[in-house]
Design a binder for this molecule. Structure first.
Ligand SMILES: *Cc1c(COP(=O)(O)O)cnc(C)c1O
Length: 384
């Protein structure tokens, strides 16, 4: 992996930036061209080949942030994930998939893999042992997502990487919930890291994008499929994403600082049964988080006690938005049982800990006391 001695915020702002040689402007120029010279050039450029100036420049920033040799920017998180999975899984292959994963990824696997002849096993739980139990002779990939949604469970990245290496299996981790500011799976031996850049990379709830980072060798393989699948991001949005990513470090750190305070506040509140946040000392993943993360992130969930209605609570909020998606500078909350986990049967949901009283909280950068005041007033309204 490449070593970059620059500080994280310097990387966020400057890594990969394009120089404006003509006018010496302060930001990367935007090249919208879909047509480039083919005579006497080393690289034939075309947006779907992921190699326009803006795409290449932003890829360098993502690679540096994830301590990777190389990266590619995609049109969505799912474009990044599907292109990666299908690069490593062919007809007759088998994949070990973590049980708690993003709904879209689960849908890709459960709705389509069978028709491609790809076999898979979902792990029983998140322990390394549970992953090992699923490995078969034709297993080619282990797929992870940590922290997981919505209960913020952690997978031992180093343990899984070690296990996979002993069987010569490739590992891929969705690092969306943590962001590279909080966690770098490649440093722990994971082979490939993926992001929904719609979340922390974009950070303002106005861009859909994705990214994958790994070694030159692996990214070459992923590129080879991706250029034909056509999941690239338009250069204008690449340029906007570069602007967003300049503040990735300061945003995530501010969000994480707020999250820690809010988790402590909720944990002490009589209306709250449990807070799921690895930053709390009482959390079962706290020690693992201290080992493999550079903080505890800004996502959490909490469960209200009976007598406080979760839906009424969300409707009573005045500042925090009851809204899908996550990771924006604005705080949002949602009910997993009505969104990401709505297709499960009630019995399956409850057995996974997703009750109707569970609220997922994506903490933003608003002033902490305003967030606390908003939660306090909504808890009064929703008390029966
Ligand atoms: C949102 C999300 C995705 C999918 O990303 P899109 O940009 O919506 O395609 C994948 N993984 C996780 C963890 C996500 O939160």
């Amino acid at each position: 992996m490449s070593s970059n001695t620059k500080g994280i915020n310097t990387i966020c702002i400057h890594e990969g930036e394009l120089k404006d040689i003509t006018f010496k402007g302060a930001v990367s120029p935007l090249y919208m061209s879909t047509s480039y010279d083919f005579l006497d050039v080393n690289i034939k450029r075309y947006p779907r080949y992921f190699n326009t100036p803006n795409q290449e420049s932003l890829s360098k920033k993502v690679a540096a942030l994830e301590h990777a040799e190389s990266a590619l920017i995609f049109g969505s998180g799912m474009a990044a994930i599907s292109s990666t999975l299908l690069t490593f899984l062919k007809s007759g292959d088998h994949a070990v998939i973590q049980n708690d994963i993003y709904g879209g990824t689960r849908s890709l696997i459960e709705s389509h893999f069978k028709s491609y002849g790809i076999n898979y096993s979902f792990t029983k739980d998140l322990s390394v042992e549970s992953f090992e139990n699923c490995i078969q002779e034709n297993t080619k990939l282990i797929y992870l997502e940590t922290p997981s949604n919505p209960l913020l469970k952690l997978v031992d990245l180093f343990g899984i990487a070690k296990l996979a290496k002993s069987y010569s299996i490739t590992t891929a981790a969705d690092n969306t919930f943590a962001s590279p500011i909080v966690q770098n799976p490649l440093d722990l031996g994971i082979d490939i890291v993926m992001h929904s850049a719609t979340k922390y990379f974009g950070g303002h709830s106005d861009i859909t994008a994705g990214a994958v980072a790994s070694s030159e060798l692996i990214m070459g393989k992923i590129w080879n499929l991706s250029k034909d699948f056509g999941g690239n991001l338009s250069d204008y949005t690449v340029w906007l994403l570069e602007r967003s990513m300049k503040t990735l470090g300061i945003r995530v750190k501010a969000q994480q600082k707020n999250a820690k305070k809010l988790a402590t506040f909720l944990d002490k509140h009589q209306a709250v049964k449990t807070v799921f946040y690895p930053g709390l000392k009482s959390n079962e993943y706290h020690n693992l988080a201290k080992i493999q993360m550079k903080g505890f992130g800004a996502m959490m969930s909490f469960e209200l006690v009976n007598g406080y209605d979760a839906e009424t609570f969300l409707k009573a909020l005045k500042l925090i938005k009851p809204s899908m998606s996550l990771a924006g500078v604005e705080s949002t909350m949602l009910l997993p049982y009505k969104t990401s986990h709505s297709l499960l049967t009630e019995i399956d949901r409850i057995s996974q800990g997703i009750t109707n009283q569970l609220i997922r909280f994506s903490v933003g950068i608003e002033t902490k006391s305003d967030l606390i005041k908003d939660i306090e007033q909504a808890l009064i309204v929703c008390k029966s």
